[in-house]
Each structure stands twice: as C-alpha cells, then as structure tokens.
Design a protein around this ligand. Structure first.
Ligand code: SAM
Length: 279
C-alpha cells in the first residue's frame, strides 16, 4: 500500500467510522491507494480540472483524484456513514473537496462545476449503466464534461467498447461510440475490492468528441437502435417493421440488407438509416 497523503490507511478509516460494506448500495471498496491513484491518472492530467465523483465511499479514489492534482472534486455519496471519513479528506485538502450526501440519480450537480469537467467514478453497479446513459444523452452536444473514466462490471465495459458482429455489441456500444472515443484502460480481478464482488471489473475511458462520428438526429438514432436491438436475432425487415413506410427501400439505401440482423450493422450504417428515417 502506498502513502499518497498524510491520511490514515483506508482499512483503518473503515474500521474507525464503522463503514461495513452494504451489498444493497453496491459497496465494493478499493483499499489500495496505488490502484486508486492509477485510476485517477487514467482520467489524464487533472490539474486545472473539476471532477465529479459518484459514490466516493470511504474516499480511496477521492484521495487519488486530489493527490493527482484535481482543482476541485464534487463527490456525491448516498451513504451518510461515509461522511466523517470524507470530511477528514476535505480537511486535508482545504477548499478542494465538496461532498454532497445525496442519491446521484436524484441530483444533477454538473451545473455547479466549472469547465473543464471530468467525471471519474468507481460506480455502484446497480446505478452505473443508468448514469452512463444519462451522461451520454445530454440535451446538447458537446456535453459539459470532457471525459468519463468509469469502473463497471467487465461485462458492461465490454458492451460499451464492442464492435459490430460481436455478442457484446448493441445499444450501449452505439450510444457510446457515436459521440465518444471509448476504450478499456484497466481490468481488475475481484480480489482488488473489499469485499470481492463475484465478477471481474474494468475501467472505461470515454472521451467526448467535438462532433458525432457520423451525422444523425440523436432521438431518431436512439429510436432506430432501440427497436433494432429489441429483437436482436430477427432480420431487420421484421425487427423494424412499422418504423417507416418503404422500410426495405430505406434499409437498402443505408447499405443494409433487409435480411441483416442488428448485431451485424455498424454505427455508420445505423446513422445513415437514422438520416433516411428522419428525412
Ligand atoms: N469509490 C469507492 C471506492 O472506489 O472504494 C466506493 C465504490 S462502491 C463500488 C460504490 C459507492 O457508491 C458506495 O460508496 C455507495 O454507497 C455509493 N452509492 C450507491 N448508490 C449510490 C447512489 N445512488 N448515489 C450516490 N452514491 C451511491
């Protein structure tokens, strides 16, 4: 375990403040400060950057973010038991950590941060995908954040970076890759966490592109993709039935055979189809 600051080791913090992990809150803590500093570094140079962290827990990643030079960290934690531990961190980094005791699904704190903004989190698994979808579908693009560096179950991380033709490919891959460059930067075994979860985990880094990779209306693309993958094994002429008149002509114009299945159609052709549907 490394000494990245003058605060006590995380195992001691957890014992002192009685933060026994609760499964219902998705609490699997990272206690190795070497590792949390590595995750913070995966978000790039944090100097001059405001960071939103969801679910700081006892604060391992929070300490990594602050030690790596984040200008300001806004941490949203639902579990009030973690607040005394987080207060201790705030005292060690005066004026640089604000803690909000709230449910991240109920608040939208991005407006309180000053760009450049990055989001970094070891997400609670039960709310991770929902938060990711919200961050990927803001009212306007580019979003207020520059990048997302997020821990997920490895299986979810693989769905985010999946390419057409793979089993993991679907709505999440298309949504993420349309307007972001997404890659897995770190994979962790269950033993990296306390208590260990049942599955492996992975950190995904998503960098917002200034422009979408291919033009399309966001709402139409979302609708087409959702309907196409609702029945992913069906041919698209059946899966998309009722979407528009002349469906087969529009599929062909988008470079898609009506007998193709959603999982074989890449992002470029889904965007072409969304434009033809909108038009
Ligand atoms: N960041 C810490 C770490 O890396 O050790 C803890 C990560 S743990 C996987 C997830 C954290 O999210 C827990 O501290 C949990 O209490 C918190 N949490 C769960 N649901 C939440 C929600 N809806 N809003 C905010 N925090 C939440």
């Amino acid at each position: 375990m490394s000494q990245i600051d003058s605060l006590p080791p995380l195992s001691q913090v957890i014992a002192t403040h009685g933060i026994a992990a609760k499964k219902a809150l998705g609490q699997n803590f990272l206690l190795d400060l070497n590792l949390t500093a590595r995750i913070a570094r995966a978000a790039g140079d944090l100097r001059g950057v405001d960071v939103l962290e969801v679910g700081p827990g006892p604060g391992g990643l929070t300490r990594g973010l602050l030690a790596e030079g984040a200008r300001h960290v806004l941490a949203i934690e639902k579990d009030a038991r973690c607040l005394p531990a987080l207060d201790q961190i705030a005292a060690a980094y005066p004026g640089r950590l604000t803690v909000l005791n709230a449910d991240a699904l109920e608040v939208d704190p991005l407006a309180h941060l000053t760009p450049p903004i990055r989001i970094v989190a070891n997400l609670p698994y039960n709310v991770g995908t929902e938060l990711l979808i919200r961050w990927l579908t803001p009212p306007a693009w580019p979003p207020v954040w520059d990048s997302l560096t997020l821990m997920f179950q490895k299986e979810v991380a693989e769905r985010i970076v999946a390419r057409a033709g793979s089993d993991a490919y679907g709505r999440l891959a298309l949504l993420a890759q349309w307007r972001c460059d997404a890659r897995i930067v770190l994979t962790l075994p269950p033993e990296a966490f306390t208590p260990p979860p049942k599955v492996h985990s992975a950190v995904v880094h998503l960098k917002a592109r200034a422009e979408p990779r291919y033009p399309a209306d966001a709402k139409v693309l979302e609708r087409v993709v959702a309907q196409a993958f609702n029945q992913r094994r069906k041919m698209l002429r059946s899966a998309l039935k009722g979407l528009v008149p002349d469906l087969e002509d529009r599929l062909i114009a988008a470079g898609i055979a009506p007998t193709d299945r959603a999982e074989t159609v890449d992002l470029e052709r889904f965007c072409a189809l969304a434009r033809l549907v909108a038009g």
